[in-house]
Design a protein around this ligand. Structure first.
Ligand code: LLP
Length: 412
């Protein structure tokens, strides 16, 4: 994170707080978010897009870190919000977000979710398919702003599970069907159709694909609004090279100037690139085994860090309580879940680790907590925000009571 360092004892600090103190006080695994860096990053999107294209809006793609405190921060820093489902919608409302700032996404929104969204006065619904239009016809009682998600046929260069813009995407409608759906919305008295949306994928490390996406959006027709989705990749490892926010915005706005009507509203939906680099995850070393490989096993794993198994994401790790010591070995940093794929870092250089040491994995702010699960009865970690030498708990650790409360006989 931006606000990180090393104290005199050789311990990693984030936001001016020693991670040894955080681990002691809040336990491990623990997600730690550098609030100063997070807010600065959020603002750099909001202000950067406004400067380049004044009629614009940045939506925080809340799936990347859907926690109540994050909705609050996003709204405070001038971002509108993308919610995908009734749970994210409720968390945003619980955070006090103005419902008019919410955009509702999803390829399988249920009747109940749509009804609730309409009832609370949701800003925009991004329509995915014609069945959803049938539902909206039944449910609408007053005008509703709508966008339509289209399939652009842009094959993003990223992991297959993160590419969403190719011809075989399950999200949105191909152009010919999109035009039919648009006719339908434009003809309906309560459907306030504003424009088109696309999202080509996630962890995209080149800017030209976003420019191409803007060009594809323009081919759908001339509308009031164009939403280019999210997807800007971030630097996870020393070897990664990710575009800056400024380079990304420059590319999108240059394409918008070339292809979109000058008075159109331009929207983007970054998730990962807002939160990823503000976060680290702390683990405690439980065992160290030399078997030819050196296995350093920690007290978490794929239950709280699914991304490695899901998308082959590579991370960097450090021995966070012994930063000043020289690296002695390259280890397999593994978790405690019952899968060989539960490998957090394949080859992390560090001093010879011992049980009780602290490991910090960097760049875990996005798609880590949100993908956490109870595999092997694991409990979801806590989250603390740190800034100016202070820490505050924003999500408490799941307890065994929480876990058992869902099951018979506790449910009676
Ligand atoms: N908008 C839409 C409609 C999306 O589906 C997504 C992400 C975003 C915006 C934000 O994209 P971002 O800026 O965060 O790349 N589980 C995967 C990531 C899935 C991304 C899903 N959609 C992973 O862990 O890498």
């Amino acid at each position: 994170p931006e606000q990180s360092g090393c104290d005199e004892a050789g311990v990693l600090t984030v936001g001016g707080v020693s991670v040894a103190e955080l681990a002691e006080k809040y336990g491990t695994p623990l997600h730690v978010i550098d609030e100063t860096g997070l807010r600065r990053q959020a603002r750099s999107f909001a202000e950067g897009l406004k400067e380049r294209w004044p009629n614009s809006e940045v939506l925080y793609a809340s799936k990347s870190l859907p926690i109540v405190e994050m909705y609050r921060v996003a709204q405070q820093e001038g971002l509108a919000i993308d919610v995908a489902g009734g749970g994210e919608l409720r968390m945003a409302l619980a955070a006090g977000v103005d419902p008019r700032l919410l955009h509702f996404h999803g390829n399988a929104k249920t009747d109940a979710e749509l009804a609730h969204a309409l009832e609370v006065g949701i800003g925009v619904i991004i329509v995915d398919n014609e069945d959803e239009l049938d539902r909206l016809e039944q449910l609408l009682t007053r005008p509703q702003r709508l966008l339509l998600r289209v399939i652009p046929g842009v094959d993003a260069v990223t992991h297959a599970s993160q590419a969403t813009g190719g011809d075989r995407s399950k999200f949105g409608l191909p152009m010919d069907q999109a035009l039919r759906a648009i006719d339908r919305m434009q003809a309906h008295p309560l459907m306030d159709f504003e424009g088109v949306h696309l999202h080509i994928g996630s962890q995209i490390l080149g800017t030209s694909q976003f420019a191409e996406a803007v060009e594809k959006l323009a081919t759908a027709g001339r509308f009031k609004t164009y939403d280019v989705g999210g997807g800007l990749g971030v630097k996870y490892t020393y070897d990664d090279d990710a575009p800056t926010v400024e380079a990304y915005l420059d590319a999108i706005v240059a394409a918008a100037k070339e292809h979109l009507p000058a008075d159109a509203k331009l929207m983007i939906e970054p998730g990962r690139s807002v939160v990823a680099r503000a976060g680290i995850t702390l683990y405690r070393v439980v065992s160290v085994k030399h078997t030819g490989d050196v296995f350093v096993a920690v007290d978490g794993g794929m239950a709280d860090m699914l991304d490695v198994a899901l998308t082959d994401q590579r991370f960097e790790a450090v021995l966070a309580n012994r930063l000043a010591e020289p690296w002695e070995e390259t280890v397999q940093l593994v978790g405690r879940q019952c899968e060989s794929g539960d490998l957090l870092v394949d080859g992390a250089p560090m001093p010879a680790a011992r049980p009780g040491d602290l490991v910090a994995i960097a760049t875990t702010g996005a798609y880590s907590y949100t993908l956490a699960n109870n595999y092997n009865g694991a409990l979801k970690p806590a989250i603390v925000f740190v800034a100016d030498g202070e820490a505050r708990l924003v999500v408490r650790r799941e307890s065994y009571e929480d876990l058992l409360a869902l099951h018979a006989p506790a449910i009676g």
